[in-house]
Design a protein around this ligand. Structure first.
Ligand code: GLV
Length: 330
C-alpha cells in the first residue's frame, strides 16, 4: 500500500481501481490545476502521482516529493513533466499513447475539413440571417481537399493516423517530416519523406503532429509560414508553442497563408490578443484532440494500469524511462 495523489478529476472508475488495489488515494476531484505551491505541498507524501498535462511537474515539485516513485501522466504528450530530472531521481514516468491516436487524428481531420470548407463561418453566417440567395460564387468559397497534398510534420502514431485519413479517404498525396524514413508508411500510403522546407513548399494542408520540445518551440514563425503556399492551411493539434501565435495572426491578416485551424495555443487557455476576433478562415477549438468520453475514460484507465503495474514491480506498458525500472514493487 502506498500513497497516491491524483491531482484533478479523472473519473470515479479509474480512481476506484487504485483504491481496490489497496492504495491510499488522495483524489482532488477538481477540474482546475493546483498552483505550483499547492502541488508542491500535496505531493509531499505521495509515492504515486496521477497528473494531467496542465500540471507542471518540474524540479521544484520533484524536490518537494521525497517519496515519489512513479508519475502517470494522463496524456500522450509529456512536456509538462521534467522527464530528465525524474529519471535522474529514479522516478518512473508513463504516458497514454495508442488509446487516443485515432480520436486525435479524427479531430485533426475534422479541423482540416472545417477550415477548408469554412464550416464555423458558414454556421455563423446562417445564424446571423445572412443567407439571402444561392450564388454560384458565394462569399464563403472554400478549398478542395480531395486529391490535394497533405504535409505531416511529425510522422509518429497520430501523424500516421492523420496521413491514413488523407491518403485512403481523400486521395491525398502525403509528404512528411520525421527523424528517419518510415518505410512501412511509404509502402502503405505512398508517403514521401521530405525536408520541412520541401513539405512547406509543396503542401496544401500542413498538419502539425510533432511533440513539443526545445527543438520544436516556434518551429512555425512568419519565416516558416512564408514558405507555405498562399493557398495553404495550417492545422495544429499538437502543442501551442510550436507555432508563434503572433506571427500566425500576422500571416492570416496579410494573406501569407489561406487559413489555420488551432486546437492548442501558446499560452493556453489564453489566445494571443486579436486571434479570437479574427473570424475569417481561422478555426479554433479548446484542446479537444482526444476529447471523446470513450477515449478520455480509456486514457484515465491507461494511466492507472501503468501506475498499478509500476507499483506492483512490473514494467509499466507505457514507461517513458524504462531504464529506471528495477523489477521490484515500488
Ligand atoms: C493531449 O494533448 C495529450 O497529449 O494527450
Amino acid at each position: 500500500m502506498v500513497n497516491i495523489l491524483i491531482t484533478q478529476h479523472i473519473g470515479d472508475a479509474a480512481v476506484q481501481r487504485l483504491r481496490d488495489a489497496g492504495h491510499a488515494v488522495t483524489y482532488r476531484d477538481e477540474t482546475t490545476p493546483m498552483t505550483p505551491a499547492e502541488l508542491q505541498t500535496a505531493v509531499r507524501t505521495a509515492a504515486g502521482l496521477v497528473c494531467l498535462l496542465t500540471d507542471r511537474v518540474d524540479t521544484a515539485v520533484l524536490n518537494a516529493a521525497p517519496h515519489l516513485k512513479m508519475i502517470a501522466n494522463v496524456a500522450v504528450g509529456y512536456d509538462n513533466i521534467d522527464l530528465a530530472a525524474a529519471t535522474a531521481r529514479g522516478i518512473l514516468v508513463s504516458n497514454t499513447p495508442d488509446v487516443l491516436t485515432e480520436t486525435t487524428a479524427d479531430h485533426a481531420f475534422a479541423l482540416l475539413l472545417a477550415i477548408a470548407r469554412r464550416i464555423p463561418e458558414a454556421d455563423a453566417f446562417m445564424r446571423a440571417g445572412k443567407y439571402q440567395r444561392f450564388e454560384l460564387f458565394p462569399p464563403l468559397l472554400g478549398l478542395d481537399v480531395y486529391g490535394k497534398t497533405l504535409g505531416i510534420v511529425g510522422m509518429g502514431r497520430i501523424g500516421t493516423a492523420v496521413a491514413r485519413r488523407g491518403a485512403l479517404g481523400f486521395g491525398m498525396k502525403v509528404l512528411y517530416t520525421a527523424k528517419s524514413e518510415k518505410t512501412a508508411v511509404a509502402q502503405e500510403l505512398g508517403a514521401e519523406w521530405v525536408s520541412l522546407a520541401e513539405l512547406l513548399r509543396r503542401s496544401d494542408f500542413v498538419s502539425i503532429n510533432t511533440p513539443y520540445t526545445p527543438e520544436t518551440r516556434h518551429l512555425f514563425t512568419l519565416d516558416t509560414l512564408r514558405q507555405m503556399k498562399p493557398t495553404a492551411c495550417l492545422i495544429n493539434t499538437a502543442r501551442g508553442p510550436i507555432v508563434k501565435e503572433d506571427d500566425l495572426l500576422a500571416a492570416l491578416r496579410d494573406g501569407v497563408i489561406w487559413g489555420a485551424a488551432l486546437d492548442v495555443f501558446e499560452a493556453e487557455p489564453q489566445m494571443t490578443p486579436g486571434l479570437a476576433e479574427h473570424h475569417e478562415r481561422l478555426v479554433v477549438a479548446p484542446h479537444l484532440g482526444s476529447a471523446t468520453g470513450e477515449t478520455r475514460r480509456n486514457m484515465a484507465a491507461t494511466a492507472v494500469t501503468n501506475l498499478l503495474a509500476g507499483l506492483a514491480g512490473q514494467q509499466p506498458p507505457n514507461a517513458l524511462n524504462p531504464q529506471v525500472w528495477q523489477g521490484t514493487p515500488l
